[in-house]
Design a binder for this molecule. Structure first.
Ligand SMILES: *Cc1c(COP(=O)(O)O)cnc(C)c1O
Length: 381
């Protein structure tokens, strides 16, 4: 059975993460946002490279305890935390809890008082930040995430019993390029130090990943220079970043075999054994997932004419589209499609039970090699 498979390139992930770590000033703490991909192999690969992990649910706390026992998460976040969630974070010894509202701060304080140990928190602020040179303002609009600046100032000046407010957390936007991310970080730190006398700032994640250009990478060196300038201006500051997508997106590939090709009212469709119930990223982000074709060596079935195709999966819904208008040369039944950039917000955000198809397999290694070996095997009869 040639079923779909996720392949994680752990060597590539380790090398990429090391290059990120090396590009940032040593004083900047690099956290990985577990929600991007909580795969145990991924967490274990990142563990020796990153300074910590940002978690945002009790499930992620459990995953961390299972995969990396004894390593307390660096941060616990999320827009809606129950008393059970907060108690679990305190019990796990999480370094910093990111608090999203004044009511949550009071709830956390009461739990910490009952437990006898103060909770160390960063206040998540929804701060309007103007990007220099761009007519763009990030943050500062109505949002379920974080608190208004005036509330944060009030919480910092008059914290409830049981909490120590150490500083500020902001995660204002995603898809930021390095100049923009650097400008946002500088603005957040300026505000945090001036308005709440912050000793610590976590400037969030959201570093850009360009699905239209699989070879492109966020400019970590340029971003590192911007953060070095921030630290020069605030020598005593503890500074954290918490990227997710830009760390793991490139380390995962989803491989699926073509089961049918057909022309429908003038357009070519390629149907793979798999779909967006395994790889929801293109449906969630509204982009064509980049892919390459590994031609089945003994293929003798129908092929497309080499023009644009729409690649779909096995779900009975028109939304099950992995790629639209892609030109990748002729594609035939039995070929193996390698969907790249499937290492973040991929399997873990997918609606895996829709239509109750089998789950994909998972393995580690070089995705190109796995696809080449697969395409060299005899086609299914
Ligand atoms: C999702 C999230 C991140 C990671 O964002 P990426 O775009 O994956 O880098 C970091 N911090 C917070 C608070 C988040 O919600």
């Amino acid at each position: 059975m040639n079923g779909p498979v996720y392949v994680h390139d752990l060597d590539g992930l380790a090398a990429h993460a090391r290059s990120i770590r090396a590009a940032l000033p040593s004083r900047v703490e690099l956290l990985y946002a577990v929600k991007a991909n909580p795969d145990p192999d991924v967490l274990q690969t990142l563990a020796p490279v990153v300074d910590g992990f940002e978690t945002a649910s009790r499930g992620e706390l459990r995953r961390m305890a299972e995969v990396l026992p004894g390593r307390a998460p660096a941060a616990f976040a999320g827009p809606g935390k129950t008393a059970e969630d907060l108690a679990a974070a305190l019990a796990a010894g999480v370094d910093r809890i990111h608090v999203e509202s004044p009511a949550e701060l009071r709830r956390l304080g009461a739990l910490a008082v009952a437990g006898g140990t103060p909770a160390r928190v960063l206040l998540r602020v929804n701060l309007p930040v103007e990007a220099p040179g761009a007519s763009l303002i990030m943050g500062g609009r109505p949002s379920p995430f974080g608190m208004d600046p005036t509330d944060a100032v009030e919480c910092a000046r008059h914290p409830p019993p049981g909490v120590e407010v150490r500083g500020v957390h902001a995660h204002l936007a995603s898809g930021l390029d390095a100049p923009l991310a650097g400008a946002v970080a500088a603005a957040v730190v300026r505000w945090a130090v001036a308005e709440v006398d912050a000793a610590e700032v976590d400037v969030g994640g959201g570093m850009a990943v360009d699905y239209a250009d699989p070879a492109a990478r966020f400019d970590w060196v340029g971003y590192g220079r911007a953060l070095a300038n921030v630290l020069d201006a605030h020598p005593g500051l503890r500074l954290r970043v918490e990227p997710g997508r830009s760390v793991t997106a490139y380390c995962g590939a989803y491989l699926a075999e073509v089961i049918d090709v057909k022309r429908s009212h003038g357009e070519w469709f390629v149907v793979v054994a798999g779909g967006t119930h395994h790889l929801r990223t293109p449906a969630a982000k509204g982009h064509p997932q980049p892919f390459t074709v590994h031609r089945r060596q003994d293929a003798d079935g129908p092929r497309t004419d080499g023009g644009p195709v729409t690649v779909v999966g096995q779900l009975c819904t028109p939304k099950d589209v992995l790629s639209r208008s892609a030109t990748a040369g002729p594609i035939g039944v039995g070929d193996v499609l390698l969907f790249a950039m499937a290492g973040a917000y991929a399997w873990n955000i997918s609606h895996r039970d829709f239509l109750l198809h089998d789950p994909p397999a998972f393995r580690t290694g070089d995705p190109e090699q796995v696809a080449a070996d697969w395409a060299a095997r005899p086609a299914r009869s």
